[in-house]
Design a protein. Structure first.
Length: 196
């Protein structure tokens, strides 16, 4: 049985696309069971529709609390029998409701070599700081902002003439292959552990 994943995204969904294509091509042995999106008008919803993947798009402001909307998300995850949560440009901190229900089963991708440049605009932070190397980090999610245990990292050189757009393009190219590969390794290890 393949791992049933929910992909959480807030924007255009290029990593969502890369992950779902890897599943379809057999490079990632997982089933994209659900998209969860906190911006109903985001382009990622169109990608999910085109790929015939169910989605739950919600407006956080229509709920009283984070607990309430995360409780609703949990109902959707149960409905689609989701095993694992994959964050792919989801711009919200995960709260205790989801963390407790999916302990050790939520991963995120971040465009820096954590612990350097956590939080928003990691690319801008790296350029402003003037570092020669940045990269991509895949990590488990905990209560903090980009503070969970690191699963894998890949370095990316920042060239002197790199503009923000050029660096973002380099990072996206790495993310789109590195994330599915890392998830495949993670799921196969978890599968072996379950068999033992």
């Amino acid at each position: 049985m393949t791992t049933r994943i929910a992909i959480f995204a807030s924007g255009s969904g290029s990593n969502f696309q890369a992950i779902t294509e890897a599943c379809r091509n057999g490079l990632l042995e997982a089933t994209p069971a659900l998209l969860v999106c906190d911006r109903p008008g985001a382009y990622v919803v169109e990608r999910a529709t085109a790929a015939d993947i169910p989605y739950f798009a919600f407006a956080p402001k229509s709920y009283q609390t984070k607990e309430e909307f995360e409780g609703h998300i949990l109902q959707e995850l149960a409905r689609y029998e989701v095993d694992f949560i994959v964050l792919a440009g989801y711009m919200r901190l995960i709260g205790p409701t989801l963390l407790n229900a999916f302990k050790g089963r939520i991963v995120n991708i971040h465009p820096s070599l954590l612990p350097a440049f956590p939080g928003l605009d990691a690319v801008g932070q790296a350029l402003e700081y003037g570092v020669k190397l940045t990269g991509v980090t895949i990590h488990f999610v905990d209560e903090g902002m980009d503070t969970g245990p690191i699963i894998a990292q890949q370095a990316i050189e920042i060239c002197p003439d790199d503009t923000r757009e050029m660096l973002e393009k380099k990072i996206h190219e790495v993310e789109h292959s590195f994330y599915p590969q890392t998830l495949q390794q993670l799921f196969s290890v978890k599968g072996e552990a379950a068999i033992r």
